[in-house]
Design a protein around this ligand. Structure first.
Ligand code: T46
Length: 133
């Protein structure tokens, strides 16, 4: 598993900064859903699931947080998101956990599908058995 980041151009001038993200140009899929995670309490870990079909890009538009990504064969910890111009690509069938949220963290997520609870695998052993086929 290779950790894939997407760098976004910062369009800045003397008034401040702006980032524009366009589907199928900056993002490799059609964006069907946008959600954001904020106000996460200290020492809370979120995620703990994989998705059967969903692809996502996570962008920390404010503050910072960390990701753990796990393909079932390889586990990469300590992936830091701390800048609004960097997106983390999270492919289907990747176990994810998020942690070390700063108080001001706003984690924006662009998703390739509508919300569907049946797309979630929330049990790690089940995830491993699906990955192994
Ligand atoms: C992911 C990571 C990065 C909805 O009703 N609609 C939605 O679009 C989403 C994303 C969630 N929900 C509901 C389901 C739960 O009752 O919101 C509640 C919290 O969701 P969850 O516990 O899944 O949140 P996280 O932070 O563990 O995971 C979320 C996404 O669900 C997930 O797809 O990859 O962020």
């Amino acid at each position: 598993m290779k950790i894939k980041f997407i760098d976004f151009n910062i369009l800045g001038d003397e008034r401040g900064s702006l980032i524009a993200i366009e589907e199928l140009k900056d993002i490799p899929f059609e964006i069907k859903r946008v959600y954001y995670i904020f106000g996460t309490k200290q020492n809370v870990r979120r995620g703990f699931h994989a998705h059967k079909d969903l692809q996502q890009i996570a962008i920390c538009v404010s503050g910072s947080c960390k990701f753990l990504l796990d393909s079932g064969k390889k586990r990469v910890d300590n992936i830091v998101l701390d800048t609004p111009n960097k997106g983390l690509f999270i492919d289907k069938m990747i176990w994810r956990e998020m942690y070390d949220f700063s108080e001001d963290c706003v984690l924006l997520v662009l998703a390739s599908e509508y919300y569907d609870e049946s797309d979630y695998i929330r049990d790690y052993d089940k995830f491993l058995s699906v990955v192994d086929g």
